[in-house]
Design a protein around this ligand. Structure first.
Ligand SMILES: Cc1cc2nc3c(=O)[nH]c(=O)nc-3n(C[C@H](O)[C@H](O)[C@H](O)COP(=O)(O)O)c2cc1C
Length: 174
């Protein structure tokens, strides 16, 4: 029996967040298994499930919806933690799942009610984006009054928030 940590990542930030959660859960004496979203992973039989997934152009990975639809009954039977990763969450007032539009829509569309939902800020890494993505992110940043300098890389993730969410989840599982 272990906790399954499923993560879907394009630039590695969700993986980094999932690893931090894994470290906290293991420090609490829990066994974990790390799995990539989209790979054939059967959560059935695990004691709990963590899903870490990021926003890209307003949408979450289709594989997240597929995994939830396929395993909904099981997911409803164990403690679950959903962590959504986005740049809009760099503003603390947006980190309420009831306020964070992408997360609200994701929960409504998937029909899933995780035991706990945490809205976490991701990373802005202009130098790693191709020209199209860089221009698009600059546009999003212009609208939301964020940084526009294309040489910038900023990690907005609040690691204390991630640790607190993982610790809270560990307590729930105990
Ligand atoms: C191409 C692209 C599109 C993005 N679109 C959005 C968006 O629509 N809204 C948002 O809040 N963040 C957006 N982000 C920010 C990502 O969610 C953030 O960079 C996150 O850290 C990515 O996590 P990952 O590396 O695990 O995929 C976007 C990032 C990229 C690179």
């Amino acid at each position: 029996m272990s906790i399954l940590i499923i993560h879907g990542s394009r630039f590695g930030q969700s993986t980094k967040i999932a690893r931090a959660i894994q470290t906290t859960l293991e420090s609490a004496g829990l066994e974990t298994e790390f799995a990539e979203l989209g790979k054939a992973t059967d959560p059935t039989g695990h004691e709990g499930v963590v899903l870490v997934t990021s926003v890209r152009y307003g949408y979450f990975d289709k594989n997240a919806y597929r995994m939830i639809a396929r395993h909904r009954e099981f997911l409803d039977s164990v403690p679950t933690l959903l962590v959504t990763v986005s740049l809009t969450a760099r503003k603390p007032e947006k980190r309420d799942p009831a306020v964070h539009t992408y997360t609200r829509k994701f929960l409504a569309k998937s029909g899933w009610t995780p035991t706990h939902t945490e809205v976490v800020a991701g990373a802005l890494e202009y130098p790693r984006y191709n020209l199209f993505d860089r221009k698009a992110i600059q546009l999003i940043m212009r609208i939301s009054k964020g940084p526009l300098d294309p040489t910038l890389s900023i990690e907005y993730t609040d690691w204390d928030q991630v640790e607190a969410a993982a610790s809270g989840f560990a307590k729930q599982l105990a």
